[in-house]
Design a protein around this ligand. Structure first.
Ligand SMILES: [Zn+2]
Ligand SMILES: [Zn+2]
Length: 318
């Protein structure tokens, strides 16, 4: 196996965090944790997984893919039972161990409240889960957890988290990270089947998740929604809320975080109280970096929450 230091993706992730931490040293603990996660999940490329439905060999959209998109159903939605969860199951177990043995001591006076609470949840949750002897579930049980996540069955995830003595947020974080590489591989495989002019929804046309951020791209400032789980990338009107589809511009707005006026905005909807981060970019952010950029701006989530806005879990049914 290639050494971590030879893996170009891990090196790039490392460099991106280095520059973010240089600008904001308070990001250090979360950067370290995220780098460890990435060293695990991205250590070797995922080979193109078997597609759950038929397409012809030239990659021309199969009629079922086209029909789904027309009906507003993401390509992987409804196919959950057919997906290959071998890798996510082993990542899930490894990530639990990483969170458990994570040595970084969090300095309450030094670190951003947002990253501290995120890490606190992950680390203390993993410890209590392992101490309760619950960490080594059988493969079939873990596989079922992935299916619940993708189906947006939050009730079942909540029940499972209670049985494991951890918070639902920790369980979801572990499951989402474990799923990312394989969903990104599906995203790449399914790209030729995506006819985006058929897709008018606010959620991801590939996996069905809500966007984790959006990009105002190029000189035309067209808004692209981005899915950090599969890397999905689709155009969505700036004056429409992706969650509730509200188009009343008097109920749509945005705000800045002080000192970051030029870099980021947070778009909000007064109708459903949802929010979405917006990053100006020239080029699309690579799939493997979307979660990184989202984590590096956790302080925005804190500000949005203070103002009464929230965003749904990736597969939450609204
Ligand atoms: Zn997606
Ligand atoms: Zn809304």
């Amino acid at each position: 196996m290639a050494k971590t230091s030879d893996n170009p993706l891990i090196v790039q992730i490392q460099k991106r965090w280095d520059s973010l931490v240089l600008a904001n040293p308070e990001l250090q603990p979360i950067a370290e944790f995220h780098r460890e996660v990435c060293r695990c999940i991205y250590r070797s490329p995922v080979q193109g997984p078997e597609l759950p439905f038929q397409s012809d060999k030239n990659g021309v959209p199969s009629s079922s893919a086209k029909e789904k998109l027309k009906q507003g159903i993401a390509l992987l939605q409804g196919e959950e039972e057919l997906l290959d969860f071998t890798l996510p199951v082993s990542f899930y177990r490894e990530l639990l161990q990483i969170a458990f043995s994570y040595k970084h001591t969090l300095n309450p006076h030094q670190n951003l409240a947002s990253s501290r609470s995120f890490l606190d949840k992950v680390i203390t949750g993993a410890r209590s889960m392992i101490q309760a002897g619950k960490w080594y579930q059988n493969q079939q049980d873990i596989r079922q957890l992935f299916i619940y996540v993708l189906q947006g069955n939050l009730d079942r995830i909540t029940q499972e988290a209670e049985q494991l003595h951890i918070s639902r947020d920790l369980l979801l974080t572990l499951l989402h990270y474990s799923l990312m590489p394989v969903l990104q591989a599906y995203g790449t495989r399914l790209k030729p089947l995506l006819e985006l002019d058929l897709w008018t929804q606010g959620n991801c046309p590939i996996c069905g998740a809500w966007p984790s951020l959006s990009e105002l791209r190029g000189a035309d400032q067209i808004r692209y929604l981005r899915c950090s789980l599969c890397g999905g990338d689709w155009v969505y009107p700036l004056l429409r809320c992706p969650y509730c589809e509200n188009t009343n511009h008097e109920k749509l707005g945005y705000f800045f975080v002080e000192g970051e006026e030029k870099k980021h905005r947070i778009y909000v909807c007064e109708e459903c109280k949802g929010y979405l981060k917006v990053f100006p970019t020239l080029d699309p952010t690579p799939a493997e970096f979307l979660n990184l950029e989202d984590l590096a701006t956790l302080h925005f989530d804190v500000v949005a929450a203070e103002r009464g806005y929230s965003r749904p879990y990736p597969f939450q049914k609204l």
